[in-house]
Design a protein. Sequence first.
Length: 342
Amino acid sequence: MNTPVRVGVVGCGYWGPNLIRNLRSLPDCEMRMMCDVQPGRLAHLKTVYPEVQDTVDFPAMLAEGGLDAVAIATPVGRHYEMAKASLLAGKHTFIEKPMARSSAECEELIELARSRGLVLMVGHTFLYSAPVRRIKEIIDAGDIGPVRYLNCRRLNLGLFQKDINVTWDLAPHDISIILHLMGEPPLAVNCQGIANVTPGVEDVTSLCLSFPRGRFAIVQSSWLDPRKVREITIVGARRMIVYDDLQTQEKLKIFDMRVECPPHYDTFAEFHYAYHYGDIYTPFIKQEEPLKVMCQHFLDCIRKGQAPLSDGRQGLQLVRILEAASQSLREQGAAVSLAPPA
Ligand SMILES: NC(=O)c1ccc[n+]([C@@H]2O[C@H](COP(=O)([O-])OP(=O)(O)OC[C@H]3O[C@@H](n4cnc5c(N)ncnc54)[C@H](O)[C@@H]3O)[C@@H](O)[C@H]2O)c1
């Protein structure tokens, strides 16, 4: 039996309690401390997890908590300073998405973790979800043919944020999935959007990532939509997949559909596209909570000294795309190159 990894969670608002619940459920984890500046949040969580120590003082948690690792679930504006303090205190560090407010902050954290031999992981939760893992297997096996494009829609009414726009809030999920499935970095990003409710904070955005060989991915993000939608369509040359994350059972549907051009024809009248309509099938997917898989991966990486699937470099790549999207928004949707500087 391994000695449990002693973990503290900072930020016990909407999302942090999900990390606490999952970490606490893992046998090789001691969910030791929870920290929030709001005593009311801690008082509530103490009724649910009476054995977990609580504090309003993050520096004290780092200095005196006896922790091996820290998970940060505070608003993004605090990620950098807290992760830096955590790494400087010698703790393996998990940061919720997006990793930080700028690529410069991400680079500094990556170097700090590297120089101290600490695990740095970012909460790109969907990389640990069974449907996304299954889609990746299907694509890698060549079952749908080369991917032509992806279309992602993540829409609902609220939760309106004041410090970040909807791209920084919702699109990280889609972008992390796109990068995972495309398997190569995008060349450029365009983003357009509108701030309907809070001046200067876009609540509806449409982002397009361009990839080599004319491939692309569209990400539509909204806090101002009557329906909750969590849907990704992956169009391959031979088949297509629709991933609807709101379905409880049939999250993936594979459509054996495609369109083919005739190899040769002599007159325009002879020209017909061939539309292929085949079966639609639903692969079985084991139900497991992605957050639990992600938390276990964090512990495994600490124990084995391995880089996580969503490590600091993945976090940096995503933040670079978000930065470029913000620049594109300021430039009314102009394409912003993601090529590294010469
Ligand atoms: N992976 C996912 O699916 C997912 C989903 C939702 C949110 N998130 C991420 O989780 C993070 C938190 O989001 P949220 O919606 O829970 O925010 P939230 O505002 O509901 O909660 C943040 C908490 O941090 C606390 N806090 C702020 N500064 C602090 C400090 N200096 N010391 C201690 N506590 C402090 C606040 O009091 C608050 O309780 C964000 O990075 C967000 O992007 C991830």
